[in-house]
Design a protein around this ligand. Structure first.
Ligand code: IPM
Ligand code: MG
Length: 363
């Protein structure tokens, strides 16, 4: 099969982890006779440095024309002083918004090899940890009007507006319920309806949509309680659906339960056009350029791309199995390294996963 993949390495550890994901995709091409065309594009701080813009129009155009987009990470302290419309993060937000990617799917699953890397007690882990955060991605505080101004008392004040419309809530609710129907059929909708109007509307629409899915066990949960329940007993969750900022925060928290945020992939989709596949972690500027980052989240994002964008379930499964095998043999990058494991670099981890892919594809 021929596919065109727009590739944005971005900033910080972005280039290192994306190199490993492309290495893995190339190994899949060889093993299965596919042809992937990689279109390497600029976005984020490095794009600003080279073009003066975080998201050059050429990048957006090429992404729209691709079958799928693979992204590493953007941002870093180097660009902290820039005006808000020039910040690297703006590239990511504009890309998500311009491609209409309202649904961000973040699967959080404990791999057995990482049990001891998780900060949770084994008694809690034994009950299971396999959930998906469905994060609304192009609404809420991230996209509401924001401004900094001087108020009537002469003091500087800042504000960010949190807006959600019925249709925005309804479409993400549908995504969550449809996903739950393919899983354990439990949806937890997370909001702050005891305080926020936007959350009360969120809850009302969720309740309307749940009527269409009588098989799904549904519950509402306040976001503060959810933050606690994730640590107390994550086994209660199957699909968590929530608005943009809550999803950003809760998915980082949930990811850590699996041992490291460096393990969690994501996919963002809209109603049409290419999806965006990226790890949920950031650009980790503190460890950039040292070849010690964990490439697994990006490699698993590429696996999600094969499964959901290209309808290649076998190829996708082989990548996931290869990752589990390598970790099962005791290899670990610095973030998941504990006593008794063999610490490997970012590129070595990519090589080991490729070797397993070759073995598994022949089997
Ligand atoms: C994420 C990241 C981004 C977000 C940042 C880099 C803007 O934290 O994908 O979770 O907040 O969405
Ligand atoms: Mg985040």
């Amino acid at each position: 099969m021929n596919k065109k993949i727009a590739v944005i390495s971005g900033d910080g550890i972005g280039p290192e982890i994306v190199t490993e994901a492309v290495k893995v995709l190339t190994r899949i091409e060889e093993a299965f006779g596919h042809h992937f065309e990689y279109d390497f594009l600029l976005a984020g701080g490095s794009a600003f440095d080279q073009t003066g813009l975080p998201l050059p129009s050429e990048t957006l155009q090429h992404c729209k024309e691709a079958d799928s987009v693979l992204l590493g990470a953007v941002g870093g302290p180097k660009w902290d002083g820039l005006e808000k419309h020039l910040r690297p993060e703006r590239a990511l937000l504009d890309l998500r918004s311009a491609l209409g990617l309202y649904a961000n799917i973040r699967p959080v699953k404990l791999m057995s090899a990482l049990r001891s890397a998780s900060p949770l007690k084994s008694a809690i882990l034994e009950k299971g940890l396999d959930l998906v955060v469905v994060r609304e991605l192009i609404g809420g505080l991230y996209f509401g009007e924001r401004k900094t101004y001087v108020n009537s008392k002469g003091e500087t004040e800042a504000q960010d507006l949190l807006v959600y419309s019925e249709s925005e809530i309804r479409r993400i609710a549908e995504t969550a319920f449809r996903l739950a129907m393919q899983r354990r059929k439990i949806v937890t909708s997370v909001d702050k309806a005891n305080v926020l109007d936007s959350s009360r509307l969120w809850r009302r629409i969720m309740h309307q949509v749940k009527e269409k899915y009588p098989e799904v066990k549904y519950n509402d949960m306040l976001v503060d309680n959810c933050a606690m329940q994730l640590i107390h007993d994550p086994s209660q969750f199957d699909v968590i659906v929530t608005e943009n900022l809550f999803g950003d925060i809760l998915s980082d928290e949930a990811s850590m339960l699996t041992g490291s945020i460096g393990m969690i992939p994501s996919m963002s989709t809209g109603s049409e056009g290419p999806g965006l596949y990226e790890p949920i972690h950031g650009s980790a500027p503190d460890i950039a350029g040292q070849n010690i980052a964990n490439p697994v989240a990006t490699i698993l994002s590429a696996a999600m791309m094969l499964r959901f964008a290209f309808d290649m379930p076998r190829e996708s499964q082989i990548i996931e199995t290869a990752v589990e095998k390598v970790l099962g043999k005791g290899y670990a990058t610095a973030d998941i390294h504990i006593e008794g494991k063999t610490q490997v670099s970012c590129s070595h981890m990519g090589d080991l996963i490729c070797e397993e892919i070759t073995v598994l594809a022949k089997a």
